[in-house]
Design a protein around this ligand. Structure first.
Ligand code: AMP
Length: 346
């Protein structure tokens, strides 16, 4: 069985083709700067058109979709209704979902007979209890505007939790794990008996850990202060919080590998803040879970930086923890979801 995976970002398109018998990647393409000035490709359509692949030989195309809202509790085969529902979620993820929809449309036009599957970043977290996903805000904000915690990086947390179960030789539904996806975007997930019960990202991927250029948890009154006292517009505040904060805001660089090579105080402070925030979340999730069978590190930082892992694990509270480092593979997780759906169909 051959499965293609498309991850369409606002200005990028990642393409992977898997042979699912061997789980080998047969073809891989990354096209960036789509639609930007002087770029090779004007649109996602042109970008996908440029990939030399015979779509008629592919059994399904899996699409990463960032936001599934409360509508999608599992991966789905895309039809007109599904596409309409995904589009209705655009206001919840204005930077991501429109690009994902565009990716699906382009793939449909290239391969009209091939099954298209949508796999959502939020699905894994739909098992969270209400006390985890409701914010302490007036309840109408949830009821009328769907303002709640959704959580993201679900395909990654799901993939590494399954791999952790294999490594530990136990069944996932009896395992309690804390999975740490530490990359440029970063999130922690508390997993009880194989299911997400809490996660650090919230209504959007801005909440939680100190990230490359995102602030993570801050006092929300700072947003009001920036607008009222500093006269920043809504778009300017958005840019500050999402693009100019986090490690970049503290020490002018968002790349952890480069920051670790520096000796200056602001670089040291940035790393200390990243580590401390992760430690706080692990401690909180230990309290929720009671028993933790393993801490699982993944993502560019989690997989590659022994220094960051060791610094996090310095807390005496984590001394006896089983620690696993597992390379994430979100595309393979999406391809596996396609296979599952095709089998259900057939
Ligand atoms: P990701 O978003 O998962 O690709 O992760 C990107 C982050 O991983 C960047 O901050 C990189 O600097 C960091 N990273 C990758 N390799 C290393 C490494 N060997 N040591 C420290 N950080 C690394």
């Amino acid at each position: 069985m051959r499965i293609a995976v498309i991850n369409a970002g606002s200005s990028s398109l990642k393409f992977k083709l898997f042979d699912m018998q061997t789980k080998k990647v047969l073809q891989e393409e990354l096209i960036e700067h789509i639609g930007e000035e002087g770029a090779r490709f004007f649109s996602h359509h042109d970008a996908l058109e440029s990939i030399d692949v015979d779509f008629s030989s592919i059994d399904a195309i899996g699409h990463r979709v960032v936001h599934g809202g409360e509508i999608f509790k599992e991966s789905v085969i895309v039809d007109g209704e599904v596409l309409f529902a995904i589009e209705s979620l655009n206001p919840l993820a204005p930077l991501h979902n429109p690009a994902n929809v565009e990716g699906i449309r382009v793939a449909q036009s290239k391969a009209p007979k091939t099954v298209q599957v949508a796999v959502f970043d939020t699905t894994f977290h739909t098992s969270m209890p209400k006390e985890a996903y409701i914010y302490a805000l007036p309840h109408e904000l949830y009821e009328e505007h769907k303002i709640r915690r959704y959580g993201f990086h679900g395909t990654s947390h799901s993939y590494v939790s399954k791999e952790a179960a294999k490594k530990l030789g136990q069944s996932l539904d009896s395992l309690n794990l804390i999975t740490l996806h530490l990359g440029n975007g970063a999130s922690v997930c508390a997993i009880e008996n194989g299911k997400s019960i809490d996660t650090s990202m919230g209504f959007t991927p801005l909440e939680g850990l100190v990230m490359g250029s995102r602030c993570g948890d801050i006092d929300p009154a700072i947003v009001l202060y920036m607008q009222r006292e500093m006269g920043l517009s809504v778009d300017e505040v958005d840019r500050v919080l999402n693009k100019k904060s986090g490690l970049l805001g503290i020490c002018d660089i968002n790349d952890v590998r480069t920051i670790l090579e520096r000796e200056d105080e602001s670089a040291k402070l940035a790393i200390k803040m990243l580590v401390r925030r992760v430690q706080k979340y692990i401690g909180a999730y230990m309290a929720l879970l009671g028993r933790v069978d393993a801490l699982v590190f993944t993502g560019g930082i989690g997989e590659n930086s022994e220094y960051i892992r060791e610094s996090i694990l310095e807390s005496p509270l984590f001394r006896d923890m089983e620690v696993l480092v597992i390379k994430t593979d979100e595309e393979l997780e999406i391809a596996n979801e396609c296979v599952k759906l095709l089998k259900n169909e057939g």
